[in-house]
Design a protein around this ligand. Structure first.
Ligand code: MEV
Length: 413
């Protein structure tokens, strides 16, 4: 049963919506949290970046009550694109009524690269020093080795000119990029100082996880015509990389805004997802849809490099608020919420594309922006203008700001 406080939020003003969310947070969560309307101060911005000036304001919205693996979450998205939350909200409702979403997860690991020009290494091989290196790392990073399953795997790969050593660690609840880069730097420094290795070309995390660490599946009872059309749309993306790119953009429409709201590094996630999509012989869609016996089956299995501790997640009050509102208690919660949002957003886009097309839906939402931007004598006529624009849209299939101005002059609004 959906929480009443979060139902039909779109009917309320932002003020009443915030009041409801405050009530919801204070009721359902142990921590009494305030909306971070004015919680940001210069100190936080100045801690996070150099030459801090001010904050860039991005709208933050909520899509309530998504059940994944029998647990209810909310999506909190920081996003400027008008249609995304509306489409996701409608899709979540469809799945709440007629669908099911479930997930499974793999281990969270991250790899760093220590790269040498092969010609400089002579016969030297880092793998000959594995045990010694593990000992040195244990002494240098004792707290890492206190965590559950503190793996350190070291492997090697050669390209034409380079010998690349991969250091793999368990990233735990953090993303792990800084930690693995530190491990790589300490390792190569030790080798240079103690074993006469040359200076490596570079030490850095790899933003490519080559194994996925989260899989989300969904099922939805749906009519045959729509189900088959969505299956075909998925097949099309698998056969054409130009389409696969746009298909994946639709998935990122929900992934990026939640990654941003959760204070994670969205550049790393995008780099990783695109390299994952390009792992085969051609760039491919991140999701797959099939229709069988009145049920549409969707799935997405991807690598997600993120964390719920460290970086902005620790100090940014908006992030704390968003994670709390989503109901995220662990990194695995965040991975399944983000992947589910991507898959459902993809469903919304494919459904629109194979039925009405997306322009109509987008335009309807865009009307609100047109009304807000319109130059009117009397703003109490906004609702009348909205009705006129809706009529204009269904007749002409598009509306522009100047169409709105023409209507305003004709009706003297
Ligand atoms: C627009 O932001 C996203 C879509 O282009 C995604 C898609 O084509 O699947 C509608």
């Amino acid at each position: 049963m959906m929480n009443d406080l979060l139902s039909k939020l779109y009917l309320l003003s932002p003020l009443s919506r915030r009041a409801r969310v405050k009530q919801y947070l204070n009721k359902d969560h142990t921590k009494q949290l305030i909306m971070p309307e004015s919680a940001l101060n210069d100190g936080i911005g100045d801690t996070l970046i150099e030459n801090f000036l001010t904050y860039f304001r991005m709208p933050v919205g909520i899509v309530p009550d998504i059940t994944i693996d029998d647990q209810s979450f909310n999506f909190t998205l920081a996003v400027e694109e008008t249609s995304i939350i509306a489409a996701l909200n409608a899709t979540v409702k469809t799945f709440r009524d007629n669908g099911r979403i479930y997930s499974s997860q793999g281990n969270d690991y991250i790899k760093g690269q220590i790269s040498y020009q092969s010609s400089l290494l002579n016969e030297l091989c880092l793998l000959d020093h594995k045990d010694q290196l593990k000992k040195m790392l244990m002494q240098t990073y004792p707290s890492y080795f206190k965590r559950e399953n503190p793996i350190i795997n070291i492997t090697k790969k050669c390209t034409q000119d380079f010998s690349i050593y991969y250091l793999e660690i368990n990233s735990g609840d953090s993303m792990g990029a800084n930690l693995v880069t530190q491990f790589c730097e300490s390792t190569s420094r030790y080798l240079t100082q103690v074993e006469n290795f040359p200076k490596p070309l570079m030490n850095i995390v790899s933003n490519s996880l080559i194994k996925p660490n989260i899989k989300v599946c969904c099922e939805l009872e749906i009519d045959q015509e729509l189900g088959r059309a969505i299956e075909l749309a998925s097949k099309f993306a698998h056969q054409d990389p130009m389409r696969a790119s746009t298909h994946n953009k639709g998935i990122l429409n929900a992934i990026d805004p939640i990654v941003m709201a959760s204070g994670n590094d969205w550049r790393a996630i995008n780099a990783n997802l695109h390299s994952w999509a390009a792992r085969g012989s051609q760039y491919s869609p991140l999701s797959n849809w099939e229709y069988r016996d009145s049920v549409l089956y969707g799935e997405m299995e991807i690598p997600l490099q993120l964390g719920i501790i460290g970086g902005a997640t620790k100090i940014h009050p908006d992030v704390k608020f968003c994670l709390n509102l989503m109901g995220i208690n662990s990194k695995s919660d965040l991975k399944k919420v983000i992947t589910t949002a991507g898959l459902l957003q993809n469903f919304a886009a494919l459904k629109a594309l194979v039925s009405d097309g997306i322009v109509r839906g987008h335009m309807k939402l865009h009307l609100k922006n047109i009304v807000k931007a319109a130059d009117m004598k009397d703003r109490s006529n906004e609702e009348k203008l909205m009705c006129e624009l809706e009529g204009f849209l269904s007749k002409n299939r598009k509306v522009t700001n100047s169409d709105a101005q023409t209507i305003i002059s004709q009706l003297n609004l």
